[in-house]
Design a protein around this ligand. Sequence first.
Ligand SMILES: *[C@@H]1O[C@H](CO)[C@@H](O)[C@H](O)[C@H]1NC(C)=O
Ligand SMILES: *[C@@H]1O[C@H](CO)[C@@H](O)[C@H](O)[C@H]1NC(C)=O
Length: 182
Amino acid sequence: MKTFPTSAAWCLGILFISVSLITTGSSEVQVVGPADPVVALAGDDIILPCSLKPSVSAEDMVVKWTRVNLTTGNNVHRCRQGRVSNEDQSTSYKGRTSMFNEDLKNGNVSLKLTRVTLSDAGSYRCFIPTLTSQVKETTVQLFPLQHTSHTSKPPTLSHCLCPNIPTTCCSVLIFLLPTVDS
Ligand SMILES: *[C@@H]1O[C@H](CO)[C@@H](O)[C@H](O)[C@H]1NC(C)=O
Ligand SMILES: *[C@@H]1O[C@H](CO)[C@@H](O)[C@H](O)[C@H]1NC(C)=O
């Protein structure tokens, strides 16, 4: 078996390279966001996901949530060492933002936004300036949708019972029905 030492060397070499790739990869903490945009109905409360990978604690970090491509009013939420630091927060987000303080230790730096409005549509940047790694920010897209329930009313009882006569007449008929029966 003359080839054995050569293949063994190859194996070891490949193993060594993979192990070093894995270890260098995991020592680098990255900010990761969702693969897909967040879609929500206007008026709903939503979560813009963002986390650290691997999941190291963010309790001692500065986390900045900002709007991308807005020249003014782009500060959405800021957290400094686990404390809210929203002195220069955009007025349109006042009282609507929070983070999951009890989950910061797991690297969860997601933003909760309550009562989403159509003007919240856009790109949000989750940025951790204190990270030393290459990937210290990610962008999350938010697509709020208009509620459509008020435009497509469910059919009324009178529509079902008598579709061909005016609704008011039908209502009178329905009102009279029990008395006719008795
Ligand atoms: C962060 O925590 C919140 C609340 O526990 C949870 O709903 C959300 O899925 C978490 N996000 C991530 C990325 O772990
Ligand atoms: C922000 O604006 C720049 C140019 O001003 C553009 O290249 C980029 O795609 C925009 N980003 C988003 C998320 O809209």
